[in-house]
Design a protein around this ligand. Structure first.
Ligand SMILES: *Cc1c(COP(=O)(O)O)cnc(C)c1O
Length: 373
């Protein structure tokens, strides 16, 4: 493969960034069209009040589109918060652990779970009932590898560890008495989900659902009511729920873009089952190249735990890794460097990564192997 013509400053590349990450081009164009003047508002969305009727409609539309995509029932609240996924590490423990007299239980399958439990420990007793540290987080537990107490405050897990590229195929086994809590930041909306299984499910938008600045929290309403009112105001879910995500100024622009991404999923893609099919094709084509490379490309995750979203693999040497990243860049394939804790390459192929981007990467990988293998 020969390098293409030099990029002009305004040319778009295939962007494999782990987050903030690729957005659907049609959404970016719509945002561009409406930037100067939101239709009917006489001003940009960036300039109008969060109490303006037009923005409130946008917020409700974003919520309702998420509800229809995921089949979220009225037993659940959908809240839009700031503070990223990281604020949720604290909020979850503050609302579900504080004053409960119980302990929270965590499955640690990668970097984000570890950060989450560290925050929970500041609130109360939080224990790892499974930790994949020994295998450098390349696998997930099976049901016999852990057991959840019947009276745990909640069971916490991360459905897709973005850095390691391991993704649960199904929810972990959890007693019915225990709320299941999931950090779905990097695989939110990548496939259908049975929301009824969860007490709380959250995702920062900047991986698979929109720009940085907003986090969607889907939470069973009865759990919202149980939290101790001593929880600091912004962390107290009840404030956000009771005020329709307008307890204070919400991240209006991020919610607006998230709503457009959700509509794109529903109307252009055709829903989450269709999205999953596409995601399986996209990721499957890269894993196939890894598996058929005779050991040149070595996947980080064990095959049965591989992520649809973050494809992580190593090359035979650091020199080849550096060469891969540099030559990929010349071929308009950007942001492929793996996280330092795993090394190698991470190709984040979120919903909005077009098939052509994955095909171009696959061709590059095959070609690179034939020249260096
Ligand atoms: C990116 C990420 C986070 C951290 O998100 P912030 O919004 O930066 O706090 C947490 N969990 C997962 C799974 C992530 O991918």
């Amino acid at each position: 493969m020969t390098a293409s013509a030099p990029l002009a400053a305004t040319d778009r590349v295939f962007n494999f960034s782990a987050g903030p990450a690729v957005l659907p081009e049609s959404v970016l164009r719509e945002v561009q069209d409406e930037m100067l003047c939101l239709p009917g508002a006489g001003a940009s969305l960036l300039e109008i009040s969060h109490r303006d009727k037009l923005f409130v409609e946008i917020l409700h539309d974003a919520e309702n589109t998420l509800r229809s995509l995921l089949g979220i029932s009225d037993d659940y609240s959908v809240m839009f918060m700031q503070g990223g996924a990281t604020l949720q590490f604290s909020a979850i423990a503050a609302n579900l652990l504080r004053g409960s007299g119980k302990r929270a239980e965590y499955l640690l399958t990668g970097s984000w779970g570890k950060k989450a439990i560290a925050e929970a420990k500041k609130e109360g007793e939080a224990v790892a009932i499974y930790d994949a540290k020994e295998s450098n987080y390349n696998r997930l537990p099976s049901a016999s590898d852990y057991s959840v107490s019947d009276d745990a405050a909640y069971l916490y897990y991360c459905s897709n560890e973005t850095i390691q590229g391991v993704q649960f195929q199904d929810e972990p086994t959890c007693p019915e008495s225990v709320p299941l809590v999931s950090d779905a930041s990097s695989d939110f909306l990548c496939r259908p989900l049975d929301v009824q299984k969860y007490g709380l499910l959250y995702a920062c938008a900047q991986k698979n659902a929109g720009p940085a600045g907003v986090t969607a929290v889907v939470m069973r309403k009865d759990l919202i009511e149980k939290a101790d009112p001593s929880v600091p105001g912004y962390l107290y879910y009840k404030n956000h729920h009771d005020n329709d995500s307008e307890w204070n100024t919400p991240p209006t622009f991020a919610i607006y873009v998230l709503g457009k991404v959700a509509r794109w999923l529903r109307d252009d893609i055709g829903g989450l089952a269709e999205m999953e099919k596409i995601n399986r094709e996209k990721s499957g084509s890269l894993y196939k190249i890894i598996d058929e490379s005779g050991g040149f490309y070595r996947g980080h995750a064990v095959p049965e735990c591989r992520s649809l979203m973050n494809v992580t693999f190593n090359l035979p040497s650091d020199e080849l890794t550096a060469k891969f990243i540099s030559e990929a860049g010349e071929n308009r394939l950007a942001a492929l460097k793996g996280h330092r804790s795993v090394g190698g390459i991470r190709a984040s192929i979120y919903n909005a990564m077009p098939r052509e981007g994955v095909e171009a990467l696959g061709q590059f990988m095959t070609d690179f192997l034939s020249r260096n293998g």
